[in-house]
Design a protein around this ligand. Structure first.
Ligand code: TUI
Length: 315
């Protein structure tokens, strides 16, 4: 058994969050993770408020365990989703891709635990002051919208900057990563890429096949020029986007337009040409489709075995 204060705080069995993945992590995946003892998280992404509300109601039918909802703060729907979340009083709210400051007091009044995803110790301190229950510190190894720092550098610095629990994200895909995160000072982990191939994840089979076939060098971060880089599998789409970033005849607006809808095309349609298959650098570690429960129990088992052996390093 791995004991962590985030488990007591949220009423979960294992300190493993399933990272929110836009167009991917719905009520079915989130409930499966929560039923397996982790924290499942519904992604708001760029979806409208009605969709997110439906997913919350669906999750409540599928699990009686705590679950979370993520607000992607760059979404035009973020203000409406934020207001709806205050009414729905979900157990946990996570945020990404921006500052949750405008919404924090309303969510806290509604009784939700607010756990922002942060890319630096400075932003971690700000959200702690605003009342965050914990932070997810996410390194640039992760899939999707990425910050600059690596998980290895970020976690100990965030750990030293705040007193609230810290979850490590980015580059964690098995029990070794989990145990390493604890050594860096984290109280638990958040994983996205490993859950891409969960049986309860109903993304297009092509997406899962691409993850299972990926090697360590198969992801690329594109969109640095636009100020919000996104890590995805190297595909026709991402390689062409990367080349266009260095083409000064293409405007930022044109570049931005190129990316629109590409994630949905990957997740929904498995479109190998036009889809953006977001994935983290640990994609090469993901070898089999498993249930959420198998993923969680395997990772906890691996981490326990490693941590039990840890005293042998000290002579
Ligand atoms: O948000 C993510 N990952 C994401 S969001 C996403 S959807 C998307 N699609 C297209 C373009 C952009 C996004 C896919 N993956 N991770 C959490 C995260 N948050 N990473 C970095 C941040 C972050 C950045 C700045 C958090 C706070 C922040 O604050 C800035 C400020 O000024 O306070």
């Amino acid at each position: 058994m791995i004991n962590s204060k985030i488990c007591d705080l949220l009423g979960i069995t294992y300190p493993i969050f399933q990272g929110a993945m836009a167009w991917i992590s719905d009520a079915q995946l989130a409930a499966a993770v929560s039923n397996a003892g982790g924290l499942g998280i519904i992604a708001g992404g760029n979806a409208p408020v009605e969709y997110v509300r439906e997913q919350i109601h669906a999750a409540r039918h599928l699990t009686d365990k705590p679950f979370g909802v993520n607000v992607m703060l760059m979404s035009p729907h973020a203000p409406a989703i934020a207001e709806m979340l205050s009414d729905e009083k979900v157990p946990v709210i996570t945020t990404g891709a921006g500052s949750p400051a405008p919404y924090m007091s309303s969510w806290l009044e509604a009784g939700s635990a607010v756990i922002p995803v942060v890319p630096s110790s400075g932003i971690a301190k700000v959200v702690e002051r605003l009342g965050a229950s914990a932070v997810v510190a996410e390194g640039g190894e992760s899939g999707g919208h990425v910050g600059d720092l690596t998980t290895m550098a970020l976690i100990p610095q965030v750990r030293d900057a705040v007193s609230i629990p810290v979850l490590a994200a980015g580059g964690i895909g098995d029990g070794r990563g989990f145990a390493a995160a604890l050594m860096l000072g984290a109280d638990g982990v958040q994983m996205g890429t490993r859950f891409l191939v969960a049986e309860e994840n109903s993304i297009h089979p092509t997406y899962k096949a691409k993850i299972l076939a990926a090697k360590d060098i198969d992801t690329i971060a594109t969109g640095k020029r636009l100020g919000h880089p996104v890590r995805s599998l190297k595909t026709t789409f991402s390689k062409s986007f990367f080349a266009k970033e260095y083409d000064s005849s293409i405007t930022d607006e044109e570049l931005e337009k190129l990316g629109e809808g590409a994630l949905r095309l990957a997740a929904h349609d498995g479109d190998e040409e036009a889809g953006c298959f977001m994935a983290g650098q640990i994609a090469g570690l993901v070898r089999a489709e498993q249930t959420a429960e198998q993923i969680i129990t395997e990772i906890i088992g691996e981490a326990e075995a490693l941590l039990r052996k840890a005293p042998s390093w000290v002579v």
